[in-house]
Write a protein that binds this ligand. Structure first.
Ligand code: NAD
Length: 431
């Protein structure tokens, strides 16, 4: 029988003092920010999620420990990650407020999904952050760094805007504190981390000798670029390879378009062609061509040296094709209404402005239409979009929900309609 993973059984260090708080405790935080933080033993994380209570409960039973399986081409390797000092189940609002009020806490990281930045009600992630900051202001107003780690361009600015909007009715002194004493750090994050499966639990036991009910699986590659101030300090994340730069925008663009854009393309066009995972899709001849053509198009609008982009493409292709980490297209297909505008549409607009009709973004939109029509759809705008996708004139009406100028582009609308038909015929030929 395997021993349950705990700090005692693993002979791990005692939990480090909590100086960082995280919201959105899921797979990615644990494969990414927790691993970087582990490089600095002075910093412990208190991790929260107000949604899914199963994972924090499991982690709490393991004293915050979990195993990280790094899967490349060879044998997987497992390490025990010990940076999470406390994991909090759903209802721990009082502790959340206490942590954010504490001047010992210097930063808050977030992985609340792209959609999470929209909400401003009390129960939303933004509402919870605002409540925490209100308490911090009242408790003396120590400064804090907010470090969003979701795939949104200019995520620091997006978070600042979301909080500004949510704080519109608040007292003026609190509102100016939010502007002056809260630092909004921009980040680019990258490490493909799929949802954990029951099989991963069995592999964790084999690799570590411990019964770990909350393992995470990830790829060898990891990237974290940050830009912004940390008024109360930060962990020495650079020891684990994080890079601090002055201007992130071009790297954010590179990642969003090349990696996330290709993911979105594969998720929609790939699912329409019957693929289930990224590695399967990127090796499908039609999708391999579409991916290459997407990268050609994206390169025209990304101001980095051609050799650097070529190198980045090469590494992406290796990562996408790897069967070490199998990334489900269903997971990537969620929240298309939030992802397409950041990942695909800016390039499409730039191409249409010079009268080009690039196939790959058209295919991504066509695949998305099919996804919305046939479901299942996980998207904050699903109630509005699904009926549009099932109506007559679906391409124009769905496009108009994203961008009215694109919906008025008759050539584009008909190209998307044709591509829906093209994907349907290709799928029929395969089955
Ligand atoms: P996940 O489903 O494993 O975890 C997300 C966690 O956050 C869950 O516990 C969920 O309950 C919680 N959550 C989601 N929305 C929330 C909200 N609005 N308020 C409070 N809690 C919320 O997903 P994940 O793989 O950890 O990915 C989370 C995010 O991280 C992604 O949406 C993406 O923006 C970013 N990210 C993920 C990857 C990856 O490969 N998985 C890579 C780069 C960036």
């Amino acid at each position: 029988m395997t021993t349950r993973l705990t700090r005692a059984s693993a002979q791990a260090r005692p939990p480090a003092p909590v100086r960082a708080v995280h919201l959105g405790l899921g797979a990615f935080h644990r494969a990414h920010q927790a691993v970087y933080t582990m490089a600095d033993p002075e910093w412990g994380i208190a991790a929260y999620t107000f949604r899914n209570t199963e994972l924090p409960r499991r982690l709490a039973e393991q004293d915050g420990l979990f195993s990280l399986q790094v899967r490349g081409e060879g044998q997987p390797e497992a390490v025990i990650v010990d940076a999470i000092s406390r994991a909090h189940p759903g209802g721990d609002t009082d502790q959340w407020l206490a942590d954010l009020a504490s001047p010992d806490v210097a930063l808050l990281t977030l992985t609340i999904t792209e959609a999470g930045y929209r909400g401003d009600q009390d129960g939303s992630a933004i509402g919870r952050v605002l409540a925490g900051l209100r308490g911090r202001h009242r408790a003396g107003g120590a400064p804090i760094a907010l470090v969003p780690c979701d795939n949104l361009p200019g995520n620091g600015g997006v978070l600042r805007e979301a909080l500004r909007t949510a704080a519109a009715g608040e007292a003026p002194d609190f509102r100016s504190w939010l502007e002056d004493q809260v630092s909004y750090v921009d980040t680019v994050v990258d490490r493909i981390t799929p949802a954990t499966t029951e099989e991963d639990v069995a592999t964790a036991a084999q690799l570590t000798g411990f019964e770990d009910r909350a393992p995470v699986v990830t790829e060898p590659f990891s990237e974290w670029l940050l830009s912004g101030d940390f008024p109360l300090g930060r962990p020495a994340w650079e020891k684990a390879g994080a890079r601090f730069v002055d201007d992130l925008s071009v790297y954010a663009q590179r990642k969003l378009r090349f990696l996330n854009g290709a993911h979105t393309l594969l998720a929609y066009a790939g699912s329409a062609l019957g693929c289930a995972t990224v590695d399967e899709a990127v090796q499908h001849p039609v999708l391999a061509n579409l991916t290459a053509s997407w990268w050609d198009v994206a390169a025209r609008h990304t101001p980095l040296p051609a050799s650097e982009l070529a190198d980045y493409r090469q590494r992406l292709l290796l990562r996408f094709s790897s069967r070490g980490v199998r990334h489900n297209l269903v997971q990537i297909a969620a929240d298309g209404s939030q992802k397409l505008p950041a990942r695909i549409l800016p390039v499409l607009r730039a191409e249409r402005a010079v009268q080009r009709m690039p196939e790959a973004p058209v295919a991504a939109l066509a695949g998305w239409l099919i996804h919305l029509r046939d479901g299942p759809v996980s998207d904050p705008r699903a109630d509005e979009l699904v009926p549009l996708a099932r109506s007559r004139d679906a391409a124009r009406r769905v496009l108009s929900a994203l961008d009215t100028a694109l919906a008025d582009d008759a050539g584009l609308v008909s190209a998307v309609e044709d591509h829906v038909e093209h994907l349907r015929l290709s799928a029929e030929r395969i089955s």
